[in-house]
Design a protein around this ligand. Structure first.
Ligand code: SF4
Length: 315
């Protein structure tokens, strides 16, 4: 018998690490094994403090700009992608670099290049200042891409040549908000060229769908992820739009027990850059205060894995 109050926990699946994050972290780990520490990483390899701190402990050094990387040491570019000028500058300096850009972000980069080569102006749906957006803008000449952040932007955009437009999107957006912006763009510019396939990646869509499936059954959703993680922020929004309040937390320590005063059913998910160990930490912390019952609700099964760059394949 226990006197602890009951708490039913629904855990969304899929959640947590995606194939691009897994690959990026493995690239840093294998680079440290191959070259020895330190290995420099430009920007947080993925937006998660736990991951960054674990890699620091193994010998990774995180910097924001290439200028901060000393000569003669390898540098890894983060999963979010970098403007073309960054590898070009690394080559100029004779630095050996490893590109951990997610292949699904690289796919958007190549589409951007192709649209500009075809003479089209690109409307890029994304969030200003996010490193993925900076990286994608840096694939094409200045002025050939316009950022669309909101439906108001999509309504207000004035095209010089309305018959020569294409749109692309950031990979980690809200599926629903993006659909609304795309509808506006298609209505205003019926000949606008759409990306080949969906730019919002499988991991983002699957995690949002999993939250939609459980949030209506929950009194509160906890989203484990960093405040600068685009896909984690979107998961919290998705929950709130179903009418269920959501809290973004980085770790179990961030939980305020007062949030759970009236909660009988709690939903948990994790952004694509949050490791499973943090989910277990949260459940275990709750189990010390509540009589927890745990149910995983799976809405999709993911089997995608990406190849390592040449030279870093498993031995
Ligand atoms: Fe790649 Fe999507 Fe993961 Fe980003 S969230 S690293 S685009 S799979």
């Amino acid at each position: 018998m226990t006197d602890l109050p009951p708490l039913s926990i629904l855990i969304a699946a899929p959640r947590g690490f995606c194939a691009g994050v897994d690959r990026a972290i493995t690239i840093v780990e294998r680079a440290i094994e191959k070259y020895g520490p330190p290995v420099y990483v430009r920007h947080e390899i993925v937006h998660n403090k736990y991951v960054v701190d674990s890699l620091k402990a193994k010998g990774a050094v995180f910097v924001e700009e290439l200028d901060m990387v000393p000569d003669g040491v390898p540098v890894v570019f983060s999963a979010h992608g970098v403007p073309k000028a960054v590898p070009a500058k690394a080559e100029q300096r004779g630095l050996s670099y490893l590109d951990a850009t997610c292949p699904l972000v690289s796919k958007v980069h190549r589409q951007a290049e192709r649209q500009v080569q075809a003479g089209r102006h690109i409307l890029f749906i994304g969030h200003k200042g996010h490193p993925e957006v900076i990286g994608t803008f840096g694939q094409v000449p200045e002025g050939s891409m316009t950022l669309i952040e909101t439906n108001e932007d999509a309504e207000a955009f004035e095209a010089e040549d309305p018959y020569n437009l294409a749109f692309l999107t950031q990979t980690t957006l809200s599926v629903d908000d993006t659909a609304a912006m795309v509808t506006t763009l298609r209505r205003r510019f019926p000949s606008i060229i759409a990306p080949k396939g969906e730019d919002i990646c499988y991991a983002t869509s699957n995690r949002q769908a999993a939250v939609k499936a459980i949030a209506p059954r929950c009194d509160l959703m906890l989203v484990i992820g960093a405040p600068n993680s685009s896909n984690s922020l979107r998961l919290a929004e998705v929950a709130e739009r179903t009418g269920t309040p959501a809290r973004l937390i980085q770790r179990a320590d961030d939980i305020d027990l007062a949030w759970l005063d009236t909660v009988r059913t709690l939903g948990i998910t994790a952004g694509a850059s949050a490791p499973e160990v943090l989910v277990r930490e949260v459940v275990e912390r709750l189990a010390s205060r509540f009589a927890v019952t745990e149910e995983q609700v799976e809405t999709a099964r993911e089997t995608i894995a990406f190849k390592m760059p040449r030279g870093l394949e498993a031995a």
